[in-house]
Every structure is written in structure tokens, then in C-alpha cells.
Design a protein around this ligand. Sequence first.
Ligand SMILES: [Zn+2]
Length: 322
Amino acid sequence: MISSSTEVVSLVGATVLGAVVGSFLNVVIHRLPQRDDQKARGPRSACPHCGAPIPAKLNLPLLSWLWLRGRARCCGARISARYPTVEALTAALFWLLASHPPRPWLSPSFADLWSAATFAFVVRAVFVADLVANTFIDLEFRILPDKLTKPLMVIGPLAAALQPGLLEPFPGLDDVAPQARALLTSLFGMATGFGLTWAVRAGARLWLKKEAMGFGDVKLMAGIGAFLGWQGALMTFFLGCLLGAVAGSARLLFVRDPYVAFGPYLAAGAVITLFLHGDLIELLTVTWPRWQAEHVSSPWLIAGFALLAAGAVLILLRRRTT
Ligand SMILES: [Zn+2]
């Protein structure tokens, strides 16, 4: 619903900003998992193959990769498709953020200081960018670095307290100041994300003697809960397991390796929850029960789905320990 040229400018601006941030995330993804002695190259962009410095005009997000047709100018080495993928993904996510501003739970009282929408965009952009970096580091290196997961646990509660209207408030606590209530809501979301993932991890260890997920997943879910609240954390975990089970089954079928890095699916679940939480709740609590009531054979369908899901989860839990 673009109604004015200002909105067009802000959408285009957000998308370009996303591509630039994506370009920065590529550096983070490349450097963060490395040991300190490998990082000593300094802040300038260098070719990951031959180490030659990359001139600024060949360092434009997306455009340079297309212009060079995926080959490095210096040594002709193939440039990983990860670079344009991260840039395009971040650009698309920033466009979504700008075009879907949150509906505040309170009327924004922050407007005189800074526009609530701008604040929301910045906070959610940081959150989404962090998730993108975690996703690609986990895919490549099978770790979720503390330097990416722990800041979420600080920024989430801080942002909630600064702009209390952004998080669905925890029920009760009506006589508490909005800032304190939002802070508590965020902290409770963090505890939910942490506790749930920790419990599932501990359960899988105890009963299946398998490492179903790493402690990095636990910390990532704590950070996600801090941004999305406890309902968001539950929804994210549910979606993450669903997506991970589907991907794990597909991997087993096609590459005979059920290993699934869990971080990317939790991150995807968090992004889906960020944009579609209300719609998903509506689907689960209104649309789905109504459909069930209208269709007599629905119990069989549900039983079939449950069997499929159980099989998929078993496949997922068989992942290697590395
Ligand atoms: Zn090179």
C-alpha cells in the first residue's frame, strides 16, 4: 500500500541499506569463526583466495558479483554464491521490515523523541541481520558464535524497555510502569526460549544419547525470545523443529546424511514469527479447528501428520555428533 513518494523512498532506502548491511554480514560470516591470527589482515576487503585487496568499485553489493559473473578480477577464482545470496536476502528482509511496520500495542509515546516506526525498524533490522549472520555461519562452520547470540540477549530487553509498545505485554502486571512491564516481558521471553531449548536438548541427551542440538541453539533461542516474547519463542521453536525435520528427512533421502544445523531453521522460524505471528495464531486457533469440525475424516489426517512428524523428528535426532 504505497500511498506517497516518501514511502517509496523509504522502501528503496531500506532495501539498499539491506544490501549494504548484507555485504558487511559477508565479512562477519567470513571472519568471525576464524582464529585470531587469521583475522590480522586488517579492515580492508581482500580476495579470500589470493589475498589481493578489492578496489571499492568492485565491492558494490550484488552488482559487482553480477558484473564479474561470479569470478574474482584478481585471480579468476570462483566467488561463492553465498556473497550475493546474503546480500539479496538481507535486502529483501529489510524491504519487508520497512513495508510491514509493527502495530504497536500501546500508542507510541516515543514520537517526540524519535519516530516509533524508525526505532522499530532499526531494532528489528539488527535482529534480522544477526539471524542472517548466524544462519550462514552455522551452515558453513556448524557453530553459532557467542559474539552473535549474546548481544541479542542484551539488545532485546533494552529495546523493549525503550519502546514498550513493540512487544505484546505479559498478561497481568497492569499497575507496573510500561517500561518495566516491557522489560519483564522480554526477559520472560528470553527465559522461555532458553528453558524450552535447554530442556529439549537435555531430554534428547538423556533418553536418546544423542546431541540433538548444541548449546549455541539454546543461546540463540534465548536471544530470539528476548525480541519476540514468550509466545514468539514457542512459535519459533515449533516452526524451527518443523522446518528442521523436513530438511533433515530430505537430506537423508538425497544425500544420506541427516545432519542438520539447527540454527538456520530457528532463524527462519523467528523471521516467519516476526512477520506472521498473528496470522499463524489465527490459523491454529480459529481456521484449523473450524476446518476440523467441518470435515469428518480429519482425525485420520491428523494421525497421519503426527506419524510423519514423529518419523521426521527421529531422523532429525539421529544427526551426527561433531
Ligand atoms: Zn583473488
